[in-house]
Design a binder for this molecule. Structure first.
Ligand SMILES: [Zn+2]
Length: 418
């Protein structure tokens, strides 16, 4: 199977490169916003739809005007790519996948620019961007596939000031040798429990960093409140449209600290997720998961104004755990890696009672509180670890579905799931 895969590396620009990149990010933003304005205006004034090629042509004219001649200081490839991204944003809008595109701001947390093949050179392990006179100092933390010819390169600068380069490479994936192992995964709590008894927890360091992040965020909020008081506002007052908070050095430092710890958390979590999903897919032929609607689970605890959520505190704890572990991302990774490897992922109906069903005799409890971690089956007397029993049930249900037993699907009322 031919796939597109992104390889991301950190790099350290020289002061000159950082300056050139800052200029490029700025010009990319200007061109994107200009294109958005042109397309919106053409539509309202002339009921005309503009596309990439129309704007690319208009861009060459724009660059010749004295007011916008400075656009010529950065790579034209990156500017054209901004127009392609705009095309993509409109495509998503017209197919109802996204809202109408919005203007990009210099205050957006991540700045980026993309270069197609004619906008960079990769030679002898050295990556040089157009309009740069020296290669980037890239930390090649893992090797690119041999003979890789990236089709595009995207450079980003995060809000904590880190630089990354992402190379898109086309690869041929070879299916892994078939395995006879099968596994069920229960992702209902803070940890992932598999049907063979394995418990996969987030690294302890991540929990510590979360605590540190909260401390930094409190400090940041205090400084924002103080700045508002200095402006004569109450600390919690929302800023009026167009009103800007004066950013003191202390506030800038506090924000930088928050951004840094957030990025570290994201990096550790990503690393953990990839290692876990790679291992699960490598070791198992069939992977059974629950078709959890993660978004629904996280949105519902507070309830609506008409129907305040019940057990809010308890659910909030669970929701945090769900968010922390990033189950949606884990599932996404398992699915695409399984596809590459020739493995089978079976998602079972989320209303199947995986926790409340006794895996030994099939008895289904009418109620099982979230806080109950162990229970004894009233029918056969088997003692169950809640999550391990659920993982085994998920695997059993998936295997039954695979065998074509649609009858196993249990349509119970909505609150019966879990
Ligand atoms: Zn039983």
């Amino acid at each position: 199977m031919r796939i597109q895969r992104a390889y991301r590396y950190r790099f350290y620009p020289t002061p000159e490169q950082a300056e050139q990149l800052a200029r490029t990010f700025g010009c990319v933003r200007v061109v994107y916003n200009w294109g958005l304005e042109e397309r919106t205006r053409a539509f309202y004034d002339r009921q005309q739809r503009l596309y990439y090629k129309d704007l690319a042509l208009a861009l060459t004219h724009l660059k010749k005007t004295p007011e916008r001649a400075w656009l010529g200081e950065v790579s034209n490839v990156a500017l054209q790519q901004a127009l392609r991204h705009l095309d993509g944003a409109f495509g998503n809008f017209f197919s109802k996948r996204a809202a109408y595109p919005t203007f990009k701001s210099r205050r957006d947390s991540v700045q980026s620019a993309s270069y197609m093949r004619n906008g960079f050179a990769l030679r002898d392990g050295k990556l040089t961007l157009a309009k740069h006179d020296a290669p980037l100092d890239v930390r090649w933390s893992r090797p690119l596939p041999e003979g890789a010819q990236p089709s595009s390169v995207t450079v980003t600068r995060t809000s904590a000031g880190r630089y990354y380069v992402s190379l898109l490479v086309e690869e041929t994936m070879q299916p892994l040798p078939a395995s006879s192992a099968q596994i069920g995964l229960d992702m209902n709590t803070g940890a992932i429990v598999d049907s063979s008894g394995g418990v996969h927890r987030l690294p302890r360091r991540l929990v510590d960093l979360e605590a540190r992040k909260r401390r930094y965020q409190r400090a940041q909020r205090r400084k924002i409140a103080a700045a508002k008081v200095r402006m004569g506002l109450t600390p919690n007052a929302p800023l009026a449209k167009g009103q800007r908070l004066p950013v003191s050095n202390n506030l800038r430092k506090a924000s930088r600290k928050v951004a840094r710890v957030q990025e570290r958390i994201a990096a550790i979590r990503r690393d953990w997720q990839h290692k876990l999903t790679t291992r699960i897919v490598r070791e198992n032929q069939v992977i059974a998961i629950e078709d959890l609607a993660v978004r629904g689970m996280t949105a519902s605890a507070r309830g609506t104004a008409q129907q305040p959520g019940r057990r809010v505190r308890q659910k909030a704890g669970l929701n945090r755990a769900v968010l922390n572990a990033g189950f949606a991302e884990l599932r996404r990774q398992i699915e695409y890696k399984a596809q590459w490897a020739g493995r089978e992922v079976i998602a079972i109906d989320r209303w199947y009672p995986s926790s409340k069903r006794c895996g030994a005799c099939g008895h289904v409890l009418s109620k099982l509180a979230l806080s109950t971690r162990r229970w004894t089956c009233p029918s056969c007397g088997q003692l169950h670890d809640r999550d391990l029993n659920a993982a085994k049930n998920i695997l059993a249900a998936a295997l039954a579905v695979k065998a074509g037993a649609a009858a196993l699907r249990i349509d119970e009322p909505r609150d019966a799931g879990g």
